[in-house]
Write a protein that binds this ligand. Structure first.
Ligand SMILES: Nc1nc2c(c(=O)[nH]1)N[C@H]1C(S)=C(S)[C@@H](COP(=O)(O)O)O[C@H]1N2
Ligand SMILES: [Mo]
Length: 421
């Protein structure tokens, strides 16, 4: 386990090597002196390298394993990539009396399917860049964060001319020509066409962290739905269907998930082996990542509770937890953008960036995340539970008012540590 790996998966890092008394010590290289944690590098870079995201992909074989002729046949190379845009003939009384229509379908058959040069050409006028965390509705750890670049879906749809009776826009990616492998998502007409000022539009992304989106991450072109969990951000995008069926037909809806969920404001603790052991007196640093969701972020708090092997688990709404002396964590500051973003995206091009201050208007911006830490001090020998929670922009503590009904993973996370004399 190298140092980066250690930092990435270590919730708690110790000040000096001898204080790490578990098997971690033998495998980890010496860790920097964390007596002053703000001087040490954050556990997570602001931008996750494209190939280092946690992967959530369906398909057999998975589209990113295709090579050579098979990859070209799948139209998943930059040269062969095409996206069809069609109108759905569906009608059904009483809810869908009229079928959707568009003046100009873009299909493989009529030779007008959208290709990458045409999309990038639209980008000359409409390209936008923004920071977004990818977070699965069903996984209790953020998958990664990147600066995504692309063209709003609303601009792409203008290529189809006048449309009528469109209430929902559905999209899916390559699925091995097997309908059972189809992974589909959608947004409403309004969500596609109108964006509140300061918010981010649905868009077709072709760059991640300023590079072409690699096949593994859903390239050449991936849909990105900024406010949503990952299931709306369809990889290997190949088809957009405009329909007058107003019902949500997302694949994720079939898994009892809330198909209208927004990213939740929630603090996540870094993963670790448990209990992680420390020597008495050694500095202990709690680390994690926090996502600013629909309700924004005020701060992150932590609470340390003394336990023993027999202590039973505590519900997120337990009176003891609600009345506990939660203390503030420190958010890792915004990075120096001029160094973080390769030159051809100027920081000023990033959505939410304030030219005057040279910083983002809020940190972390909505639908993005940052690392946080807290120093745990003067813990006498014993077994402890540590928890972290986010306080949202309405001053409401996680997980309220957003307890998970399959609309996001935002239970309060807890880890055990042991301090030894
Ligand atoms: N085509 C396709 N797109 C997809 C998926 C998929 O299985 N197939 N999984 C979705 C889900 S559920 C998530 S959480 C994200 C994960 O994105 P990542 O693999 O880039 O981290 O991709 C989404 N896009
Ligand atoms: Mo997901």
């Amino acid at each position: 386990m190298n140092r980066r790996h250690f930092l990435r998966f270590g919730l708690l890092t110790a000040g000096t090597l001898p204080s790490l008394d578990s098997h971690f010590a033998a495998k980890a290289e010496p860790v920097a002196n964390l007596t002053n944690p703000s001087l040490t590098p954050p556990a997570h870079p602001t931008l996750t390298p494209a190939l280092k995201f946690v992967d959530v992909s369906r398909g057999n074989p998975k589209p990113y394993t295709l090579e050579g002729a098979a990859l070209e046949q799948a139209r998943l190379t930059p040269e062969t990539w095409r996206c069809e845009i069609t109108a759905d003939p569906f009608t059904e009384e009483p809810h869908t009396k009229y079928a959707a229509s568009i003046a100009q379908p873009l299909t493989l058959k009529n030779g007008k399917a959208l290709d990458l040069p045409a999309l990038m050409d639209l980008g000359k006028q409409h390209e936008l860049h923004f920071l977004k965390a990818m977070q699965c509705l069903n996984i209790d750890t953020p998958l990664g964060q990147g600066v995504w670049s692309g063209v709003p879906l609303s601009e792409v749809l203008k290529l189809c001319g006048k449309m009528e009776n469109v209430r929902r826009i559905c999209f899916w990616g390559f699925h091995n020509q097997d309908p059972k492998q189809l992974f589909k998502s959608s947004v409403s007409y309004t969500q596609c066409m109108e964006t509140p000022p300061g918010e981010l539009p649905v868009f077709l992304a072709y760059r991640l962290n300023t590079n072409a989106i690699p096949l593994l991450r859903g390239g050449p072109v991936r849909m990105v739905v900024p406010w949503s969990h990952g299931y709306k951000s369809i990889k290997w995008l190949q088809h957009i269907s405009l329909t007058n069926d107003a019902r949500i037909s997302d694949t994720y809806a079939t898994g009892n998930n809330d198909p209208d969920s927004f990213l939740k404001t929630a603090a996540y603790l870094d993963k670790t082996s448990e209990p992680l052991k420390f020597k008495e007196g050694a500095p202990i640093v709690l680390r994690g990542q926090v996502i600013s969701g629909l309700s924004g972020l005020k701060r992150v708090e932590f609470w340390v509770r003394r336990v023993d092997e027999h202590t039973h688990t505590l519900a997120d709404d337990a009176p003891e937890l609600l009345a506990a002396p939660w203390a503030p964590c420190t958010l890792e500051p915004e990075p120096d953008w001029s160094r973080t973003l390769p030159q051809f995206i100027r920081p000023g091009d990033l959505r939410g960036f304030n030219q005057t201050t040279g910083r983002m208007t809020t940190w972390p911006p909505r639908y993005a995340m940052c690392s946080y830490f807290a120093s745990l001090e003067n813990l006498p020998p014993g077994l402890y539970e540590v928890r972290a929670r986010a306080i949202d922009g309405n001053n409401i503590a996680q997980p309220e008012p957003r307890p998970s009904q399959k609309s996001g993973k935002n239970a309060i996370q807890v880890r055990r540590i042991e301090v030894k004399s």
